[in-house]
Design a protein. Sequence first.
Length: 271
Amino acid sequence: MPYTNHQGKKIYYEVHGEGESLIILNGIMMSTLSWSMFLPELIKGNQVILLDFVDQGQSDKMEHSYKQDLQVEVVKAVVDELKLENFNLLGISYGGEIALQFTLKYENFVQKLLLFNTTAWTNPWLYDIGVGWKQVAKTNDGELFYNVTIPVIYSPSFYTQHAAGMNARKELLKGVFNQSFLAAMFRLIESAEGYDIRDQLWNIKAKTLIVGSDFDFITPAPDQQELHKGVLNSTYFQIKNCGHASMYEKPLEFLNILKGYLSVETAPKII
């Protein structure tokens, strides 16, 4: 299994397919495994690079708190390991926040930036949601953590229509949400506290796609609209009747939007 190293921590990554490079950054509770169902389509014409942030998946865990700038450098470590000079960068939710910060710091590397269900700051709404999630994580109760965090990630209609499947998923995730996972989640949530790049959005020159959902209760649609207003070279799209986990609720729309945007010829960056 391929690993690189950053600050003494092993960082897990995968490379799939050939073609134009696309780096994909996970949401906060995701890992490289989360993208398995999408890979057959994504590798058509693309070299897809997946990675786990520290405290995610098969990457090493941290022993102390940190901020998201650490994750930015985790991405850079993988970029350097693979000797990438130019690529498209996709992030969803937490991964979108890292993608934005990476693009601000290393703008010459990013050709196209694709952001799904992402915000430019941890506003009071999101901060207090995170505080609640941290408090539940400290109980080390996997079922309680599921009940508090997972339902609100989905739209009410999707969760209701798929109730049997969600109950089966609860039984599976109760085991996954163990003490080690919940301790890592606590640090990941804490790393986003204080995140605010609203006054820097105008510095993003990469051609940018911003996608929101009308039933996103974690990063509501106005958050993506705010991003669109701040990033000059951006396109905004909203997925209807969909919650925060847009890639799982609307996988075909997710893929069509993503692949369609990647196929459009890139315009020169604004200078």
